[in-house]
Write a protein that binds this ligand. Structure first.
Ligand code: NAP
Ligand code: MG
Length: 504
Protein backbone atom coordinates (compact mmCIF):
# COMPACT_ATOMS: atom_id res chain seq x y z
CA UNK A 1 0.00 0.00 0.00
CA UNK A 2 1.20 3.53 -0.65
CA UNK A 3 2.36 5.64 2.24
CA UNK A 4 -0.06 8.45 2.99
CA UNK A 5 1.00 11.91 4.06
CA UNK A 6 -0.63 14.04 6.72
CA UNK A 7 -0.59 17.70 7.66
CA UNK A 8 -1.21 20.88 5.73
CA UNK A 9 -1.62 20.17 2.02
CA UNK A 10 1.21 22.38 0.73
CA UNK A 11 3.71 20.98 3.22
CA UNK A 12 2.56 17.48 2.39
CA UNK A 13 3.05 17.97 -1.27
CA UNK A 14 6.41 19.68 -0.96
CA UNK A 15 7.63 16.74 1.09
CA UNK A 16 6.17 14.23 -1.37
CA UNK A 17 7.58 16.08 -4.41
CA UNK A 18 11.04 16.06 -2.86
CA UNK A 19 10.82 12.35 -2.20
CA UNK A 20 9.35 11.47 -5.59
CA UNK A 21 11.81 13.48 -7.67
CA UNK A 22 14.99 12.59 -5.78
CA UNK A 23 16.10 10.00 -8.32
CA UNK A 24 14.21 10.72 -11.54
CA UNK A 25 15.76 11.83 -14.81
CA UNK A 26 13.70 14.25 -16.92
CA UNK A 27 15.91 14.56 -20.01
CA UNK A 28 15.05 13.01 -23.35
CA UNK A 29 15.70 9.26 -23.47
CA UNK A 30 17.34 8.18 -26.71
CA UNK A 31 19.33 5.07 -27.59
CA UNK A 32 19.36 3.86 -23.98
CA UNK A 33 20.63 7.14 -22.55
CA UNK A 34 19.22 10.25 -20.96
CA UNK A 35 20.51 13.37 -22.65
CA UNK A 36 19.66 17.08 -22.58
CA UNK A 37 17.31 18.24 -25.35
CA UNK A 38 19.04 19.56 -28.49
CA UNK A 39 17.73 23.09 -27.91
CA UNK A 40 18.56 22.89 -24.19
CA UNK A 41 15.11 24.03 -23.09
CA UNK A 42 13.00 22.68 -20.24
CA UNK A 43 9.46 23.31 -19.02
CA UNK A 44 7.77 22.77 -15.65
CA UNK A 45 5.37 19.95 -14.93
CA UNK A 46 2.90 20.97 -12.25
CA UNK A 47 1.15 19.29 -9.30
CA UNK A 48 -2.56 20.10 -9.87
CA UNK A 49 -3.50 19.69 -6.18
CA UNK A 50 -1.40 22.68 -5.12
CA UNK A 51 -0.59 24.35 -8.47
CA UNK A 52 3.15 24.14 -7.78
CA UNK A 53 5.98 22.86 -10.00
CA UNK A 54 7.20 19.29 -9.57
CA UNK A 55 10.16 19.15 -11.96
CA UNK A 56 11.81 20.68 -15.00
CA UNK A 57 11.24 18.41 -17.99
CA UNK A 58 13.05 18.40 -21.35
CA UNK A 59 11.18 20.28 -24.06
CA UNK A 60 11.95 17.92 -26.93
CA UNK A 61 11.75 19.27 -30.46
CA UNK A 62 12.32 18.11 -34.04
CA UNK A 63 16.09 17.62 -33.50
CA UNK A 64 15.42 15.24 -30.60
CA UNK A 65 12.77 13.39 -32.59
CA UNK A 66 15.24 12.96 -35.48
CA UNK A 67 17.84 11.47 -33.14
CA UNK A 68 15.28 9.22 -31.48
CA UNK A 69 13.92 7.94 -34.81
CA UNK A 70 17.47 7.24 -36.02
CA UNK A 71 18.23 5.29 -32.83
CA UNK A 72 14.96 3.37 -33.16
CA UNK A 73 15.67 2.57 -36.80
CA UNK A 74 19.11 1.19 -35.95
CA UNK A 75 17.73 -0.80 -33.02
CA UNK A 76 14.83 -2.19 -35.06
CA UNK A 77 17.26 -3.99 -37.38
CA UNK A 78 18.18 -6.52 -34.70
CA UNK A 79 15.04 -6.27 -32.61
CA UNK A 80 12.78 -7.16 -35.55
CA UNK A 81 14.74 -10.40 -35.98
CA UNK A 82 14.51 -11.54 -32.37
CA UNK A 83 12.43 -14.64 -31.69
CA UNK A 84 9.32 -14.31 -29.50
CA UNK A 85 10.89 -15.72 -26.31
CA UNK A 86 13.52 -12.94 -26.39
CA UNK A 87 10.89 -10.25 -26.69
CA UNK A 88 8.82 -11.98 -24.04
CA UNK A 89 11.76 -11.80 -21.63
CA UNK A 90 12.27 -8.08 -22.21
CA UNK A 91 8.56 -7.29 -21.69
CA UNK A 92 8.50 -9.42 -18.52
CA UNK A 93 11.58 -7.65 -17.19
CA UNK A 94 10.01 -4.26 -17.93
CA UNK A 95 6.94 -5.34 -15.93
CA UNK A 96 9.16 -6.61 -13.07
CA UNK A 97 11.16 -3.38 -13.07
CA UNK A 98 8.01 -1.32 -12.64
CA UNK A 99 6.68 -3.65 -9.94
CA UNK A 100 9.92 -3.37 -7.96
CA UNK A 101 9.44 0.41 -7.89
CA UNK A 102 5.67 0.42 -7.51
CA UNK A 103 5.50 2.97 -4.67
CA UNK A 104 7.73 5.40 -6.53
CA UNK A 105 5.68 5.10 -9.73
CA UNK A 106 2.42 5.53 -7.78
CA UNK A 107 3.59 8.66 -5.99
CA UNK A 108 4.91 10.23 -9.22
CA UNK A 109 1.65 9.44 -11.02
CA UNK A 110 -0.45 10.88 -8.20
CA UNK A 111 1.55 14.11 -7.99
CA UNK A 112 1.74 14.64 -11.75
CA UNK A 113 -1.94 13.93 -12.52
CA UNK A 114 -3.84 14.57 -9.27
CA UNK A 115 -5.11 10.99 -8.98
CA UNK A 116 -5.66 9.74 -5.42
CA UNK A 117 -2.58 7.77 -4.39
CA UNK A 118 -4.32 4.39 -4.12
CA UNK A 119 -5.97 4.96 -7.52
CA UNK A 120 -2.56 5.75 -8.99
CA UNK A 121 -1.17 2.58 -7.44
CA UNK A 122 -4.02 0.57 -8.95
CA UNK A 123 -3.30 2.01 -12.38
CA UNK A 124 0.42 1.26 -12.20
CA UNK A 125 -0.50 -2.33 -11.35
CA UNK A 126 -2.85 -2.35 -14.33
CA UNK A 127 -0.01 -1.18 -16.59
CA UNK A 128 2.17 -4.02 -15.25
CA UNK A 129 -0.57 -6.54 -16.07
CA UNK A 130 -0.74 -5.24 -19.63
CA UNK A 131 3.02 -5.51 -20.11
CA UNK A 132 2.79 -9.10 -18.88
CA UNK A 133 -0.17 -9.79 -21.14
CA UNK A 134 1.75 -8.61 -24.20
CA UNK A 135 4.80 -10.60 -23.05
CA UNK A 136 2.58 -13.68 -23.30
CA UNK A 137 1.18 -12.67 -26.68
CA UNK A 138 4.61 -12.56 -28.32
CA UNK A 139 4.32 -16.31 -28.83
CA UNK A 140 0.97 -16.06 -30.57
CA UNK A 141 2.20 -14.13 -33.59
CA UNK A 142 1.91 -16.45 -36.52
CA UNK A 143 1.25 -16.67 -40.22
CA UNK A 144 -0.91 -19.01 -42.29
CA UNK A 145 -0.34 -21.63 -44.94
CA UNK A 146 -2.76 -21.15 -47.82
CA UNK A 147 -3.66 -24.30 -49.77
CA UNK A 148 -5.15 -22.55 -52.79
CA UNK A 149 -2.83 -23.65 -55.57
CA UNK A 150 -1.76 -27.25 -56.17
CA UNK A 151 1.65 -26.25 -57.54
CA UNK A 152 2.60 -23.71 -54.91
CA UNK A 153 3.51 -23.44 -51.28
CA UNK A 154 1.95 -20.16 -50.13
CA UNK A 155 2.31 -18.77 -46.65
CA UNK A 156 2.00 -15.47 -44.82
CA UNK A 157 4.29 -13.84 -42.30
CA UNK A 158 3.39 -11.00 -39.92
CA UNK A 159 6.27 -8.57 -39.90
CA UNK A 160 6.86 -5.39 -37.83
CA UNK A 161 6.85 -1.92 -39.40
CA UNK A 162 10.21 -0.89 -37.92
CA UNK A 163 9.85 2.46 -36.14
CA UNK A 164 6.48 3.35 -34.64
CA UNK A 165 5.53 6.77 -33.21
CA UNK A 166 3.30 6.70 -30.13
CA UNK A 167 1.55 9.70 -28.60
CA UNK A 168 -0.43 9.51 -25.37
CA UNK A 169 -2.68 11.82 -23.31
CA UNK A 170 -2.57 12.91 -19.67
CA UNK A 171 -5.58 11.13 -18.24
CA UNK A 172 -3.98 7.68 -17.77
CA UNK A 173 -0.28 8.45 -18.14
CA UNK A 174 1.34 5.16 -17.19
CA UNK A 175 -1.43 2.80 -18.27
CA UNK A 176 -1.20 4.36 -21.73
CA UNK A 177 2.56 3.70 -21.84
CA UNK A 178 1.83 0.00 -21.27
CA UNK A 179 -1.04 -0.05 -23.80
CA UNK A 180 1.30 1.39 -26.43
CA UNK A 181 4.76 -0.02 -25.70
CA UNK A 182 3.41 -3.54 -25.01
CA UNK A 183 2.10 -4.41 -28.49
CA UNK A 184 4.82 -2.41 -30.29
CA UNK A 185 7.62 -4.39 -28.64
CA UNK A 186 5.78 -7.71 -28.69
CA UNK A 187 5.62 -7.53 -32.49
CA UNK A 188 9.27 -6.50 -32.97
CA UNK A 189 8.91 -2.76 -33.54
CA UNK A 190 11.04 -0.05 -31.92
CA UNK A 191 9.18 2.93 -30.49
CA UNK A 192 9.52 6.66 -30.09
CA UNK A 193 6.99 7.66 -27.42
CA UNK A 194 5.79 11.16 -26.64
CA UNK A 195 4.03 11.47 -23.27
CA UNK A 196 1.54 14.28 -22.61
CA UNK A 197 3.25 17.52 -21.62
CA UNK A 198 1.12 17.72 -18.44
CA UNK A 199 2.07 14.23 -17.19
CA UNK A 200 5.47 13.04 -18.46
CA UNK A 201 6.95 11.69 -15.23
CA UNK A 202 5.94 8.03 -15.14
CA UNK A 203 6.86 7.59 -18.82
CA UNK A 204 10.32 8.97 -17.99
CA UNK A 205 10.56 6.74 -14.90
CA UNK A 206 9.67 3.84 -17.20
CA UNK A 207 12.57 4.86 -19.45
CA UNK A 208 14.86 4.38 -16.45
CA UNK A 209 13.57 0.80 -16.17
CA UNK A 210 13.99 0.33 -19.94
CA UNK A 211 17.60 1.52 -19.71
CA UNK A 212 18.33 -1.52 -17.51
CA UNK A 213 16.45 -4.23 -19.39
CA UNK A 214 15.68 -3.30 -23.01
CA UNK A 215 18.21 -3.16 -25.88
CA UNK A 216 19.33 0.44 -26.53
CA UNK A 217 17.11 2.29 -28.98
CA UNK A 218 14.14 -0.08 -28.80
CA UNK A 219 12.32 2.33 -26.45
CA UNK A 220 12.89 6.08 -26.82
CA UNK A 221 10.94 8.75 -24.91
CA UNK A 222 10.81 12.35 -26.15
CA UNK A 223 8.78 14.59 -23.83
CA UNK A 224 7.61 18.01 -24.96
CA UNK A 225 4.62 19.71 -26.55
CA UNK A 226 2.24 18.34 -29.12
CA UNK A 227 2.89 21.15 -31.58
CA UNK A 228 6.65 20.52 -31.32
CA UNK A 229 7.87 16.97 -30.57
CA UNK A 230 4.39 15.56 -31.31
CA UNK A 231 4.10 17.15 -34.72
CA UNK A 232 7.71 16.30 -35.60
CA UNK A 233 7.06 12.66 -34.73
CA UNK A 234 3.89 12.26 -36.79
CA UNK A 235 5.47 14.06 -39.77
CA UNK A 236 8.73 12.08 -39.75
CA UNK A 237 9.26 10.14 -42.99
CA UNK A 238 10.89 7.16 -41.22
CA UNK A 239 8.06 6.66 -38.71
CA UNK A 240 6.16 3.85 -40.40
CA UNK A 241 3.14 3.61 -38.15
CA UNK A 242 1.49 5.96 -35.67
CA UNK A 243 -0.57 5.13 -32.61
CA UNK A 244 -2.33 8.05 -30.96
CA UNK A 245 -4.66 8.47 -28.00
CA UNK A 246 -6.16 11.87 -27.37
CA UNK A 247 -8.73 14.28 -28.68
CA UNK A 248 -10.64 13.77 -31.92
CA UNK A 249 -9.42 17.12 -33.22
CA UNK A 250 -5.72 16.26 -32.86
CA UNK A 251 -6.43 12.72 -34.11
CA UNK A 252 -7.69 14.12 -37.41
CA UNK A 253 -4.58 16.29 -37.72
CA UNK A 254 -2.33 13.31 -37.11
CA UNK A 255 -4.18 11.31 -39.75
CA UNK A 256 -3.61 14.14 -42.23
CA UNK A 257 0.12 14.18 -41.44
CA UNK A 258 0.32 10.42 -41.89
CA UNK A 259 -1.61 10.61 -45.17
CA UNK A 260 1.28 12.47 -46.80
CA UNK A 261 3.30 9.26 -46.71
CA UNK A 262 0.40 6.76 -46.47
CA UNK A 263 1.49 5.63 -42.97
CA UNK A 264 -1.12 3.61 -41.07
CA UNK A 265 -2.59 5.12 -37.91
CA UNK A 266 -4.52 3.79 -34.97
CA UNK A 267 -6.55 6.36 -33.10
CA UNK A 268 -8.21 6.19 -29.69
CA UNK A 269 -10.21 9.40 -29.47
CA UNK A 270 -12.98 11.07 -27.52
CA UNK A 271 -16.41 9.87 -26.47
CA UNK A 272 -19.82 10.90 -25.22
CA UNK A 273 -21.05 7.50 -24.17
CA UNK A 274 -24.67 6.75 -23.25
CA UNK A 275 -25.82 4.63 -20.31
CA UNK A 276 -29.42 3.39 -20.55
CA UNK A 277 -31.44 2.70 -17.42
CA UNK A 278 -34.37 0.45 -18.34
CA UNK A 279 -37.54 0.35 -16.22
CA UNK A 280 -36.66 -3.13 -14.90
CA UNK A 281 -33.09 -2.16 -13.92
CA UNK A 282 -31.62 -2.97 -10.56
CA UNK A 283 -31.17 0.66 -9.51
CA UNK A 284 -28.18 0.14 -7.21
CA UNK A 285 -26.35 -1.68 -10.02
CA UNK A 286 -27.15 1.14 -12.45
CA UNK A 287 -26.06 3.87 -10.03
CA UNK A 288 -22.77 2.19 -9.21
CA UNK A 289 -21.98 1.43 -12.87
CA UNK A 290 -22.39 5.12 -13.74
CA UNK A 291 -20.98 6.82 -10.61
CA UNK A 292 -18.05 4.41 -10.38
CA UNK A 293 -16.77 5.71 -13.72
CA UNK A 294 -18.00 9.31 -14.08
CA UNK A 295 -16.36 10.29 -10.77
CA UNK A 296 -13.31 8.05 -11.16
CA UNK A 297 -10.28 10.08 -12.25
CA UNK A 298 -12.40 13.24 -11.76
CA UNK A 299 -14.36 12.33 -14.87
CA UNK A 300 -11.35 12.51 -17.14
CA UNK A 301 -11.97 9.19 -18.89
CA UNK A 302 -12.70 9.01 -22.60
CA UNK A 303 -15.13 6.11 -22.14
CA UNK A 304 -17.06 7.59 -19.18
CA UNK A 305 -20.85 7.23 -19.43
CA UNK A 306 -21.53 10.96 -19.71
CA UNK A 307 -25.15 10.73 -20.87
CA UNK A 308 -27.55 8.74 -18.70
CA UNK A 309 -30.85 7.88 -20.41
CA UNK A 310 -33.16 7.02 -17.52
CA UNK A 311 -36.67 5.66 -18.13
CA UNK A 312 -39.36 7.95 -16.74
CA UNK A 313 -40.85 5.17 -14.57
CA UNK A 314 -37.64 4.85 -12.52
CA UNK A 315 -36.37 8.40 -12.74
CA UNK A 316 -37.32 9.39 -9.18
CA UNK A 317 -35.82 6.26 -7.68
CA UNK A 318 -32.65 6.49 -9.78
CA UNK A 319 -32.10 10.18 -9.06
CA UNK A 320 -32.53 9.73 -5.31
CA UNK A 321 -29.94 6.93 -5.25
CA UNK A 322 -27.62 8.76 -7.66
CA UNK A 323 -27.64 11.94 -5.55
CA UNK A 324 -26.86 9.89 -2.44
CA UNK A 325 -23.99 8.11 -4.20
CA UNK A 326 -22.66 11.44 -5.53
CA UNK A 327 -22.63 12.87 -2.00
CA UNK A 328 -20.30 10.04 -0.93
CA UNK A 329 -17.47 11.34 -3.11
CA UNK A 330 -14.68 12.84 -1.02
CA UNK A 331 -12.96 15.63 -2.96
CA UNK A 332 -9.58 16.59 -1.60
CA UNK A 333 -5.86 15.96 -1.21
CA UNK A 334 -4.85 13.02 -3.45
CA UNK A 335 -2.28 12.04 -0.84
CA UNK A 336 -4.94 11.42 1.84
CA UNK A 337 -6.28 7.92 2.22
CA UNK A 338 -10.00 8.79 2.32
CA UNK A 339 -9.94 10.99 -0.82
CA UNK A 340 -11.90 9.54 -3.74
CA UNK A 341 -11.65 12.49 -6.16
CA UNK A 342 -8.56 14.61 -6.71
CA UNK A 343 -8.27 17.83 -8.73
CA UNK A 344 -8.58 18.15 -12.51
CA UNK A 345 -5.25 17.76 -14.28
CA UNK A 346 -4.58 21.39 -15.16
CA UNK A 347 -5.76 24.98 -14.94
CA UNK A 348 -6.99 24.82 -18.52
CA UNK A 349 -9.02 21.68 -17.82
CA UNK A 350 -10.47 23.45 -14.76
CA UNK A 351 -11.52 26.41 -16.92
CA UNK A 352 -13.07 24.09 -19.51
CA UNK A 353 -15.13 22.22 -16.91
CA UNK A 354 -16.27 25.35 -15.06
CA UNK A 355 -17.27 26.91 -18.37
CA UNK A 356 -19.69 24.04 -19.01
CA UNK A 357 -21.62 25.05 -15.87
CA UNK A 358 -22.23 28.43 -17.52
CA UNK A 359 -23.15 26.74 -20.79
CA UNK A 360 -25.59 24.47 -18.92
CA UNK A 361 -27.28 27.44 -17.27
CA UNK A 362 -27.54 29.33 -20.55
CA UNK A 363 -29.18 26.30 -22.17
CA UNK A 364 -31.76 26.01 -19.38
CA UNK A 365 -30.31 22.82 -17.90
CA UNK A 366 -30.74 22.38 -14.13
CA UNK A 367 -27.54 22.01 -12.13
CA UNK A 368 -29.06 19.49 -9.74
CA UNK A 369 -25.86 18.80 -7.79
CA UNK A 370 -22.47 20.57 -7.71
CA UNK A 371 -21.43 22.91 -10.51
CA UNK A 372 -19.10 24.66 -8.08
CA UNK A 373 -15.79 24.21 -6.29
CA UNK A 374 -15.28 22.62 -2.85
CA UNK A 375 -15.11 25.16 -0.01
CA UNK A 376 -12.64 23.31 2.21
CA UNK A 377 -9.18 24.83 2.73
CA UNK A 378 -7.53 21.64 1.44
CA UNK A 379 -8.81 22.51 -2.04
CA UNK A 380 -8.05 26.23 -2.11
CA UNK A 381 -4.79 26.09 -4.07
CA UNK A 382 -5.53 23.40 -6.67
CA UNK A 383 -7.91 22.77 -9.56
CA UNK A 384 -10.67 21.01 -7.66
CA UNK A 385 -14.32 20.85 -8.71
CA UNK A 386 -17.33 19.21 -7.10
CA UNK A 387 -19.13 16.27 -8.71
CA UNK A 388 -21.89 17.70 -10.85
CA UNK A 389 -25.24 16.43 -12.09
CA UNK A 390 -27.16 18.15 -14.90
CA UNK A 391 -30.90 17.40 -15.16
CA UNK A 392 -33.75 18.60 -17.41
CA UNK A 393 -31.37 18.18 -20.33
CA UNK A 394 -32.06 17.26 -23.96
CA UNK A 395 -29.71 15.22 -26.08
CA UNK A 396 -29.11 18.04 -28.54
CA UNK A 397 -27.82 20.43 -25.87
CA UNK A 398 -24.09 21.16 -25.69
CA UNK A 399 -23.65 19.40 -22.32
CA UNK A 400 -24.98 16.25 -24.00
CA UNK A 401 -23.02 16.57 -27.24
CA UNK A 402 -19.59 17.89 -26.26
CA UNK A 403 -16.89 16.14 -24.31
CA UNK A 404 -16.55 17.95 -20.94
CA UNK A 405 -13.88 15.68 -19.45
CA UNK A 406 -14.88 16.46 -15.87
CA UNK A 407 -17.02 14.79 -13.14
CA UNK A 408 -20.23 15.99 -14.80
CA UNK A 409 -23.18 13.72 -15.50
CA UNK A 410 -26.00 14.67 -17.86
CA UNK A 411 -29.36 13.01 -17.16
CA UNK A 412 -31.91 12.63 -19.98
CA UNK A 413 -35.35 11.10 -19.39
CA UNK A 414 -36.95 8.78 -21.95
CA UNK A 415 -40.18 6.88 -22.53
CA UNK A 416 -40.11 5.62 -26.15
CA UNK A 417 -37.49 2.91 -26.88
CA UNK A 418 -36.88 3.69 -30.56
CA UNK A 419 -36.56 7.41 -29.91
CA UNK A 420 -34.16 6.78 -27.00
CA UNK A 421 -31.97 4.57 -29.23
CA UNK A 422 -31.98 7.25 -31.91
CA UNK A 423 -30.80 9.84 -29.38
CA UNK A 424 -28.21 7.52 -27.85
CA UNK A 425 -26.67 7.19 -31.32
CA UNK A 426 -27.12 10.86 -32.16
CA UNK A 427 -23.53 11.93 -31.46
CA UNK A 428 -20.36 12.19 -33.53
CA UNK A 429 -18.73 9.74 -31.11
CA UNK A 430 -19.12 5.99 -30.70
CA UNK A 431 -16.64 4.83 -28.11
CA UNK A 432 -18.71 2.95 -25.55
CA UNK A 433 -22.16 2.47 -24.01
CA UNK A 434 -23.75 0.80 -21.04
CA UNK A 435 -27.14 -0.31 -19.85
CA UNK A 436 -28.87 -1.71 -16.80
CA UNK A 437 -31.65 -4.25 -17.31
CA UNK A 438 -32.63 -7.70 -16.05
CA UNK A 439 -33.95 -8.66 -19.50
CA UNK A 440 -31.26 -10.45 -21.47
CA UNK A 441 -33.09 -10.37 -24.80
CA UNK A 442 -33.47 -6.63 -24.49
CA UNK A 443 -29.78 -6.30 -23.59
CA UNK A 444 -28.66 -8.21 -26.70
CA UNK A 445 -31.04 -6.30 -28.94
CA UNK A 446 -29.92 -2.94 -27.55
CA UNK A 447 -26.23 -3.88 -27.74
CA UNK A 448 -26.74 -4.57 -31.43
CA UNK A 449 -28.48 -1.23 -32.05
CA UNK A 450 -25.94 1.00 -30.30
CA UNK A 451 -23.13 2.35 -32.48
CA UNK A 452 -20.13 1.93 -30.19
CA UNK A 453 -17.03 -0.21 -29.87
CA UNK A 454 -17.61 -1.40 -26.30
CA UNK A 455 -20.94 -2.17 -24.62
CA UNK A 456 -21.37 -3.10 -20.96
CA UNK A 457 -24.49 -4.55 -19.36
CA UNK A 458 -25.05 -4.15 -15.60
CA UNK A 459 -21.44 -3.00 -15.25
CA UNK A 460 -19.22 -0.41 -16.90
CA UNK A 461 -15.68 0.07 -18.18
CA UNK A 462 -14.20 -3.20 -17.01
CA UNK A 463 -11.32 -3.75 -19.41
CA UNK A 464 -9.21 -6.76 -18.56
CA UNK A 465 -6.20 -7.44 -20.82
CA UNK A 466 -7.31 -9.39 -23.89
CA UNK A 467 -10.61 -7.57 -24.42
CA UNK A 468 -10.60 -5.35 -27.54
CA UNK A 469 -11.14 -1.63 -26.93
CA UNK A 470 -11.75 1.17 -29.41
CA UNK A 471 -14.32 3.39 -31.02
CA UNK A 472 -16.86 3.60 -33.80
CA UNK A 473 -17.40 6.81 -35.80
CA UNK A 474 -15.18 9.72 -34.66
CA UNK A 475 -14.07 7.89 -31.51
CA UNK A 476 -11.29 6.13 -33.32
CA UNK A 477 -9.75 3.65 -35.66
CA UNK A 478 -8.36 0.23 -34.78
CA UNK A 479 -8.52 -1.74 -31.54
CA UNK A 480 -6.14 -1.95 -28.60
CA UNK A 481 -5.77 -4.10 -25.46
CA UNK A 482 -5.97 -7.41 -27.25
CA UNK A 483 -4.72 -9.71 -30.00
CA UNK A 484 -6.34 -7.26 -32.42
CA UNK A 485 -3.68 -4.75 -31.39
CA UNK A 486 -1.00 -7.07 -32.74
CA UNK A 487 -2.55 -6.88 -36.19
CA UNK A 488 -2.23 -3.08 -36.15
CA UNK A 489 1.51 -3.30 -35.33
CA UNK A 490 2.35 -5.82 -38.05
CA UNK A 491 2.06 -5.98 -41.81
CA UNK A 492 1.26 -9.11 -43.72
CA UNK A 493 3.75 -10.56 -46.20
CA UNK A 494 2.71 -13.35 -48.55
CA UNK A 495 5.35 -15.76 -49.85
CA UNK A 496 4.42 -17.97 -52.82
CA UNK A 497 6.87 -20.71 -53.87
CA UNK A 498 6.51 -22.85 -56.95
CA UNK A 499 6.43 -26.56 -56.05
CA UNK A 500 5.90 -27.91 -59.54
CA UNK A 501 9.55 -28.35 -60.47
CA UNK A 502 10.34 -31.87 -61.60
CA UNK A 503 11.94 -34.14 -59.02
CA UNK A 504 15.68 -34.71 -59.29
P1 NAP B 1 -4.81 16.05 -26.97
O1 NAP B 1 -4.70 17.49 -26.86
O2 NAP B 1 -5.30 15.45 -28.22
O3 NAP B 1 -3.37 15.47 -26.58
C1 NAP B 1 -3.03 14.11 -26.62
C2 NAP B 1 -1.56 14.00 -26.94
O4 NAP B 1 -1.31 14.48 -28.25
C3 NAP B 1 -0.65 14.81 -26.02
O5 NAP B 1 0.55 14.11 -25.84
C4 NAP B 1 -0.45 16.07 -26.82
O6 NAP B 1 0.67 16.83 -26.46
C5 NAP B 1 -0.32 15.51 -28.21
N1 NAP B 1 -0.59 16.48 -29.27
C6 NAP B 1 -1.32 17.62 -29.21
N2 NAP B 1 -1.31 18.25 -30.41
C7 NAP B 1 -0.55 17.48 -31.24
C8 NAP B 1 -0.16 17.60 -32.60
N3 NAP B 1 -0.55 18.61 -33.36
N4 NAP B 1 0.61 16.64 -33.13
C9 NAP B 1 1.02 15.59 -32.40
N5 NAP B 1 0.69 15.43 -31.10
C10 NAP B 1 -0.09 16.36 -30.53
O7 NAP B 1 -5.74 15.41 -25.88
P2 NAP B 1 -5.76 15.82 -24.37
O8 NAP B 1 -6.59 17.04 -24.28
O9 NAP B 1 -4.41 15.84 -23.83
O10 NAP B 1 -6.49 14.53 -23.78
C11 NAP B 1 -7.86 14.40 -23.61
C12 NAP B 1 -8.52 13.79 -24.85
O11 NAP B 1 -8.06 12.49 -25.12
C13 NAP B 1 -9.99 13.68 -24.69
O12 NAP B 1 -10.62 14.17 -25.83
C14 NAP B 1 -10.24 12.17 -24.54
O13 NAP B 1 -11.48 11.73 -24.93
C15 NAP B 1 -9.16 11.59 -25.34
N6 NAP B 1 -8.81 10.25 -24.83
C16 NAP B 1 -9.19 9.16 -25.54
C17 NAP B 1 -8.90 7.89 -25.10
C18 NAP B 1 -9.30 6.65 -25.85
O14 NAP B 1 -8.76 5.59 -25.57
N7 NAP B 1 -10.19 6.71 -26.79
C19 NAP B 1 -8.19 7.74 -23.93
C20 NAP B 1 -7.80 8.88 -23.23
C21 NAP B 1 -8.12 10.12 -23.71
P3 NAP B 1 0.53 17.98 -25.32
O15 NAP B 1 0.53 17.25 -24.07
O16 NAP B 1 1.70 18.83 -25.47
O17 NAP B 1 -0.76 18.70 -25.58
MG1 MG C 1 -3.71 18.78 -24.62
Amino acid sequence: MPEYYSGEIRENHQKAIKEATSSINTDVFIDGQFQPPVDGEYYETVDPAVAEPIAEVARGRAGDVDAAVQAAQDAAEDWSETVPPERQTVLRELADGVRENLDEFALLESLDSGKPLDVAEGEIKRGIKYLEYYAGLTRSIEGKQLPYDADSHIYTRREPYGVVGQIIPWNFPFVMVAYKVGPALATGNATVLKPASETPLTALRFAQVAREVAPDGVINVVPGFGSESGDALTSHSEVRKIAFTGSTEVGREIMRNAADRAAPVTLELGGKSPFIVFPDADIDTAVEAVAGVIYYNTGQSCDAPTRVFVHEDVETEFMKAFRERTAEEVVGDPLQEDTTMGPLVSASQFDTVMNYNDIAETEGVTIDVGGDIPDNTECEHGWFVNPTVFTDADNDMRVAQEEIFGPCETIITWSDYDEMIRQANDTEYGLAAGMATENLSLAHETAEKIEAGNIWVNKYATLPPGVPFGGYKQSGLGREHSREALLTYTQCKTVDIATDQSPM
